[in-house]
Design a protein around this ligand. Structure first.
Ligand code: DON
Length: 570
């Protein structure tokens, strides 16, 4: 072989192996990389992030670009009309930042805005249409992240999303199917179906190229004019005009006033690992740390991963911690939230004393009269790390799938239905699942309580795991399960993400379980211990995670097989 041919062959083999290693199918082994890793629910968005890293952008640039791309390619949850949280960790100083771009109640919102004349909750009003929409935070959040922690400029990170909207992208079978299912849910919503239907009225199918001209135009305006276009300029005008036309509350002033907030994360420790996560207005980080603190007092190394006593213990911990969530959590800018107490080891000791290792405690008995509201199902989490070790965990959402269904006329921008995360009826709690505790009652400009918890686990000062998940209230339990599978049961990141999950929300008093490799006798035993065990048929959460091998520094990306997620590294 001539030397030049040999070089080309070696190069080709190297390139192919890198390519194959980088885009391995999820569900088997994690995807490996040493210079960068992106894991998200969508292959287009993951590639956008990886391209940014390869072009010299850092993890924050990539995370913002992924978030913007998901607003186009995963419109069920990806958004610029919603909100969320981004955790950023500096590799050199170990400093972590919790960026809060959660939606807020409009200035004209009132505590009883979802009640009818007889004081009954009108659920549809908080889920669909203009009254369900909170003041969006995503654009301000991405702006704040990029300005302070990114190195590329706004337009550069926006352009991949602009192109995906204008030129379109190919629908996967799952995405086509999810669009087809919308026909009934948003029936009669003209502006919505201007985006989510085909001109000839036929159904979407896999391989269709899906373009979004209105959204493309809005994104181009944002790319050219900057984030102010959304809050003060042309896009703000269109959103406000649409609100006025349809009886929504969001005003120009609400948009003008919106600010993303940098907050001090909540910090905890678990068996020698540091846990860094999201503080209020999310309940996620505090309740996660509370649960880990309680679990730390038990010898899990002497227990089996799928045995009934293990799962009973985890279920009881969830139940007690979620009771605290219902009682205490809300927006700390408005309410006194006892975060310090909740994440203390002393509080964990008190709860351990209440847990019976052989018998399920009835939720009604431990929490007397408080019940919690069902939550909608669509959000997304993604994880990014770059070659310097800068780590980013982002969970953001429209709340329900495709949010409120409101597309502000002419913008192509889907707006959230995050107002449904507030307590609907102050002071009133009943058996249908309403909760009326004060900390999460609606007030003008207040942020609604969330469960989202983008989280870092750190070992000996080095980033060890980047994780998070969608799933409404199940989010905190999903993240808890992933961390416990890795730290206590020594599963690798992909196996931990794939492992069956469980959920006890305190109320309703039901222990939800994914089946996976859990033996039938475990379920039988759990029932005999007093649990109302139900199968989580559709799967719980979608925890796209990255583990950083402390021995080699290599990045291991694990896409969650419950969705069509993709990990890609280099
Ligand atoms: O902030 C929250 O906790 C909810 N709005 C999240 C909703 C959600 O995760 C639905 N997802 N699958």
């Amino acid at each position: 072989m001539r030397p030049i041919t040999k070089v080309i062959c070696i190069g080709l083999v190297f390139f192919m192996s890198t390519f194959l290693a980088s885009f391995e199918a999820p569900g088997t082994a994690p995807v490996k990389g040493s210079r960068g890793m992106v894991v998200s629910v969508d292959s287009y968005a993951t590639r956008v992030g990886l391209d940014i890293l390869k072009r010299g952008g850092n993890a924050v640039d990539a995370a913002v670009a992924v978030g913007l791309a998901l607003a186009v390619t995963y419109p069920a949850a990806g958004n610029i009309g919603g909100g969320g949280f981004m955790m950023i960790r500096m590799p050199d100083t170990g400093e972590s930042i919790a960026l809060d771009f959660r939606e807020k109640a409009p200035g004209r919102a009132t505590p009883d805005m979802y009640l009818d004349g007889k004081g009954r909750v009108v659920r549809n009003r908080s889920y669909f249409g203009h009254l369900a929409v909170g003041v969006p935070g995503t654009v301000r959040g991405f702006e704040a992240a990029l300005k302070k922690y990114g190195c590329l400029d706004w337009k550069e990170v926006m352009m991949p999303a602009v192109r995906l909207a204008e030129e379109g992208f190919q629908l996967s079978a799952a995405r086509a199917e999810s669009f087809n299912r919308l026909k009934k849910r948003f029936k009669g919503n003209r502006e919505f179906f201007k985006v989510f239907s085909k001109a000839d009225g036929s159904s979407f199918k896999a391989g269709d190229v899906f373009t979004q001209p209105d959204l493309g135009r809005s994104l181009r305006i944002l790319a050219d004019e900057g984030p102010d276009a959304f809050y003060k300029g042309e896009i703000a005008d269109m959103i406000v005009a649409d609100m006025q036309k349809h009886g929504g509350l969001i005003s120009r002033e609400d948009l003008n006033l919106y600010r993303a907030r940098e907050r001090e994360p909540v910090f905890g420790s678990y068996r020698g690992f540091e846990i860094i996560s999201m503080p209020p207005p999310s309940s996620g980080g505090s309740i996660l740390i509370e649960m880990l603190n309680i679990l730390e007092g038990y010898r899990l190394d002497r227990m089996e991963r799928t045995a009934a006593d293990t799962l009973h213990l985890m279920g009881e911990i969830m139940k007690f911690a979620y009771l605290d969530r219902a009682r205490f959590m809300g927006d700390a800018d408005f309410e006194e939230i006892p975060v310090k107490k909740l994440i203390s080891k002393a509080h964990a000791r008190e709860i351990r004393e209440k847990i019976d290792l052989n018998r399920a405690a009835p939720s009604a008995k431990i929490g007397e009269d408080i019940l919690v509201l069902d939550e909608a199902a669509e959000t997304t989490h993604y994880s990014v790390i770059d070659k310097s070790g800068l780590a980013v965990a982002t969970t953001y959402t429209l709340n329900g799938g495709f949010g409120s269904g409101v597309v502000a006329e002419g913008t192509g921008i889907l707006l959230n239905n995050e107002m449904a995360d507030f307590n609907m009826k102050p002071g009133y709690t009943n058996e249908t699942g309403l909760i009326g505790t004060a900390p999460n009652t609606i007030r003008p400009h207040k942020r609604m309580l969330s469960s989202m918890c983008p989280t870092f686990v750190v070992k000996d000062g080095w980033i060890w795991l980047i994780t998070g998940s969608p799933g409404g209230r199940t989010i905190i339990n999903t993240v808890f399960c992933v961390i416990v599978q890795m730290i206590d049961f020594k599963l690798d990141v992909q196996a931990a993400v794939d492992a069956p999950r469980m959920h006890h929300p305190w109320m309703p008093d039901i222990l939800g379980m994914e089946k996976g490799d859990i033996p039938e006798k475990t379920f039988t035993m759990l029932k005999s211990m007093g649990h109302d065990v139900r199968n989580i048929a559709g799967g719980q959460g979608d925890a796209h995670s990255i583990w950083i091998d402390p021995a080699t520094g290599a990045y291991h990306g694990a896409a969650d097989k419950r969705s069509q997620g993709t990990a890609a590294g280099y």
